[in-house]
Unconditional design. Structure first.
Length: 98
């Protein structure tokens, strides 16, 4: 199955450090969405940059329309907290972390 990466950029830089209650609720949904995708074997990895500028999600989808749907269904994107951009991707090397 092809792999894709989407980058997400908060519309408000302070989001990562000082979210409102409404933003916190959406971010909790965002995390649950990604955790569910990981448990289903769809998500390869995801995480934010520590400076709050962007986040990444690497995942598998049948095709580009399915990848777009996955990205746009992310509650952080759907909820208007973050802009997203999709790119075809290939995981070439993986490692283990301790």
């Amino acid at each position: 199955m092809p792999e894709y990466i989407y980058l997400i950029h908060p519309y408000r830089h302070e989001l990562a450090f000082h979210p409102t209650q409404e933003e916190e609720a959406i971010l909790s949904e965002h995390l649950a969405y990604l955790q569910r995708a990981a448990s289903e074997g769809v998500l390869v990895l995801a995480g934010p940059s520590l400076d709050g500028i962007f986040g990444v999600a690497i995942f598998r989808a049948e095709n580009e329309p399915a990848a777009e749907q996955f990205m746009f269904d992310d509650p952080a994107v759907k909820g208007g907290l973050m802009a997203a951009e999709l790119h075809p991707f290939r995981v070439s090397v993986t490692g283990t972390f301790s």
